[in-house]
Structures are given as structure tokens and as C-alpha cells.
Write a protein that binds this ligand. Structure first.
Ligand code: NAG
Ligand code: NAG
Length: 140
């Protein structure tokens, strides 16, 4: 009997998806937030463009990739290499879940690590929408 209940509980926990506090930034709000998180002013237009393309400025966006990994949050950081579900881990040493909340401090540090290792080309959305394009910067 107890085994049955353990199984039922396990299924419940694995199916239950917690609701994250999601936030959708305005272009101006995002620009300010990135500057507060110490993104280089000369590159902020590229970051805003990347985020518009990757997540439509939505902090809780999740895309499941063909190989089973997930791209998470504002910067669509991939779960395979950069974070770990359930506990801190990956190259950024963070919980993947933390990439989906409204606090973009940890996301920002991790995104900068991705960019310094792989460049902006790591993001398909940047290549598609921002590379060799004129980038409009929000003045606010
Ligand atoms: C942001 O993304 C989440 C998760 O995909 C979704 O549930 C939510 O509706 C989105 N918010 C907006 C305003 O599109
Ligand atoms: C899975 O796909 C994602 C996105 O395409 C990629 O970033 C990641 O490196 C892939 N992981 C593996 C182990 O193939």
C-alpha cells in the first residue's frame, strides 16, 4: 500500500509544474535593467535585440529543444551546459529554475559567461535578427 502511495506522490510531483512569476519587460524597462546589471553600454542594443528575438522580453519563456534540453528565460540559456535543475550546477553554477523568475541578476551573469565563451553567435535569435542589422536603441 505504501509503495502505491509513494508512486502516486511521485507522479504528482513530476507532473506538477510550479507557476513562476513572469514578467514581460518594455524595451525601455529592459534597457534600464540591463544597464543596472552592468552590461556594457556600447553592447546594450545588441543584448536588447537578442532578448527581443529570443524570448520576446518574457522572463519565464521555456522552449524544449529537439535534444531534450530546454532554453530558459529572458536570454534563453540552455539547460544542458549552463545550469542544473533542482540544485546549483552547470557552467554558471545556478539552478535552471532561477532563470525563469523576475530576478534577472543571475541570468545576466550567466548570459555574460555564455557571451564571453561563445560570443553573440551562440544565440540563433541574435544571428537571425541582430547580426549585421541596424540596431535601434531605446532612449529613455
Ligand atoms: C510569458 O511566458 C510564459 C511561459 O511561456 C507564458 O505563460 C506567459 O503567458 C507569457 N507572458 C506573456 C505576457 O506573453
Ligand atoms: C542541445 O541543443 C541545444 C540547442 O540547440 C544546444 O545548445 C546544446 O548544446 C545541445 N546539447 C547537446 C548535448 O547536444
Amino acid at each position: 500500500m505504501s509503495k502505491v502511495w509513494f508512486f502516486v506522490g511521485f507522479v504528482f510531483v513530476s507532473v506538477y509544474v510550479p507557476e513562476f512569476e513572469s514578467k514581460v519587460f518594455t524595451k525601455c524597462g529592459l534597457t534600464k535593467e540591463l544597464l543596472q546589471n552592468k552590461f556594457d553600454r556600447t553592447l546594450v542594443g545588441n543584448w536588447v535585440c537578442l532578448i527581443e528575438s529570443e524570448s520576446a522580453k518574457n522572463t519565464s519563456k521555456v522552449i524544449v529543444k529537439a535534444n531534450g534540453s530546454k532554453s530558459l528565460g529572458l536570454f534563453q540559456i540552455n539547460s544542458k551546459d549552463w545550469c542544473k535543475f533542482g540544485s546549483k550546477g552547470g557552467k554558471c553554477n545556478i539552478k535552471c529554475e532561477d532563470l525563469l523568475d523576475e530576478d534577472i541578476g543571475d541570468d545576466s551573469i550567466c548570459a555574460k559567461m555564455v557571451q564571453s565563451e561563445l560570443g553573440f553567435r551562440a544565440w540563433e535569435g541574435w544571428v537571425r535578427s541582430c547580426y549585421r542589422r541596424s540596431i535601434s536603441v531605446a532612449h529613455c
